[in-house]
Design a protein around this ligand. Structure first.
Ligand SMILES: Cc1cc2nc3c(=O)[nH]c(=O)nc-3n(C[C@H](O)[C@H](O)[C@H](O)COP(=O)(O)O)c2cc1C
Ligand code: SF4
Length: 440
């Protein structure tokens, strides 16, 4: 069996929005156990588990929790990032629709650790039916005394509110997400101060992804060390992979980190099942969403773990694996990625607002024989570096990751129409040489 079902256990239950089914499978056992533990003990388990944040940046969850615990100001807020705007990513939706109580239990344990009374789930605006389902699941948890005052007869009271996004990718960036939750424009904030210190409504705040929170009950149940055993020595547990594109069996698959290669993910009959009927050979995979890098067929034997992908200059990111066959032009694909970033740029900073437009213009020129010049390739290279270094938030910084890796992998496709720069002629400079004449 390729899949190991921890987060997706019980996903086939007849009514996943009723807490009864979850309780019958031992659900909320972790919360019962956590009620008898100290916050430091719970965090020690999360650290032992080596849980890396599943929202894309892979920040160690245990360290994030420890930093927040060290901040004395109260109350603290718990926020779940369920914006899931990354194209090719649909695993948080899977958890919220098919196993929502694991998320709610994880957020409740976080509330217990930080003495919070209120949590927020910020759900992508387009996920209307997911939002309705979550509301039903929360009602069911309240009715069973698993949310609200005096949870399970303890002195701990905690409830969760649902916040709807309005459909902007940048609102997945955690500071933009908090601004949007507060009713402000969904644009990123300057950091520091970090959100752990000055977060939602100016209070210390924990922001974690849906899949990260859902991992907390299994960690508390199994113990951090046993959880680590399931995955890779550097990052415990399973990962939900989202397979899409020209693959025979698109969908969400739960696999232990480090247990398979990219080839297994795409070609194993229990997972992707190979290329879709009528499709050609695999040309490339886009990993981790639009802000992730391009992996070629030559990298198919890379092990799917945070460490191994990093060594190959790739990344897990959100868990997206978009598979493309040889009929796809790399230039066209990269232009599509660039259009996405133009549409989603919030416009706050110049490198991202203008840079993405400049990138697309050059990519369009490069696909038109006779239009592109070699100097545009130099400008494109410079744009990649400037946008990565100077953009205000992760959206602009990652907007050219696909371009840089796709260009490196398929240079001939990107550069083939670029022609020699024309010689510079003095008359083209438009200089007025008369004394006192205006120049340029
Ligand atoms: C433009 C942008 C979009 C993002 N979108 C998401 C998202 O949809 N979901 C998510 O969990 N994290 C997203 N992130 C990452 C978050 O900012 C943050 O790192 C994450 O929610 C932290 O949770 P984790 O540590 O559990 O991964 C995004 C980041 C950027 C820069
Ligand atoms: S990089 Fe700048 S313009 Fe782009 S989304 Fe972030 S803040 Fe907005």
């Amino acid at each position: 069996m390729r899949e190991v079902r921890i987060l997706t256990a019980g996903a086939d239950s007849t009514d996943p929005l009723d807490v009864g089914g979850y309780l019958s499978m031992g659900g909320y056992g972790a919360l019962r156990k956590a009620l008898g533990m100290t916050p430091a003990e719970i965090i020690a388990e999360v650290k032992d588990a080596k849980l890396l944040g599943r929202g894309g940046a892979a920040y160690p969850a245990g360290s994030k929790w420890e930093q927040l615990l060290g901040i004395s100001e109260t109350p603290k807020h718990i926020v779940c990032n369920a914006d899931e705007g990354e194209p090719g990513t649909f695993k948080d939706r899977f958890i919220m629709e098919r196993n929502p109580f694991m998320l709610l239990e994880g957020m409740t344990i976080a509330g217990l650790v930080f003495g919070a009374t209120e949590g927020h789930i910020y759900v992508r605006g387009e996920y209307r039916s997911v939002q309705r389902g979550l509301m039903r699941a929360m009602e069911s948890a309240r009715a069973a005394n698993l949310l609200g005052p005096g949870i399970l007869g303890s002195g701990f009271g905690y409830d969760i509110k649902l916040v709807s996004g309005a459909g902007a990718y940048v609102c997945g960036e955690n500071s933009a997400l908090l601004n949007s939750t507060q009713g402000l424009a969904g644009k990123p904030r300057i950091k520091p101060p970090h959100l752990a210190e000055v977060g939602l409504f100016g209070l210390p705040t924990l922001v974690n992804n849906v899949e990260s929170f859902a991992n907390v009950p299994p960690i508390v149940n199994m113990g951090g060390k046993a959880f680590l055993e399931v995955g890779h020595p550097e990052s415990g547990g399973t990962k939900l992979i989202c397979l899409s594109g020209h693959v025979a069996r698109p969908g969400v698959y739960e696999v232990p980190l480090g247990s398979l290669t990219l080839r297994d993910a795409v070609f194993d009959p229990e997972l992707g099942g190979g290329m879709a009927p009528g499709r050609g050979k695999l040309k490339f995979m886009h990993l981790g969403g639009q802000s992730g890098s391009i992996a070629t067929a030559a990298q198919l034997d890379t092990v799917y773990s945070y460490a191994d992908l990093r060594k190959a200059r790739l990344s897990v990111g959100s868990g997206a694996v978009v598979v493309m066959d040889e009929s796809v032009s790399m230039l066209d694909y990269l232009a599509t990625v660039s259009r996405f970033f133009i549409r989603e740029s919030c416009g706050k900073c110049t490198p991202c607002r203008l840079g993405n437009n400049a990138v697309l213009k050059i990519l369009e020129n490069l696909s038109d024989p006779g239009t592109a010049r070699l100097r545009e390739l130099r400008t494109l290279d410079e744009l990649c570096r400037v946008m990565t270094m100077a953009s205000f938030c992760g959206l602009g910084r990652a907007a050219t990751v696909a371009l840089a890796s796709g260009w490196k992998a398929f240079p001939d496709e990107i550069e083939r129409f670029a022609t020699e720069d024309p010689p510079v002629r003095i008359e083209d400079l438009n200089i007025d040489w008369r004394p006192g004449g205006a120049r340029f």
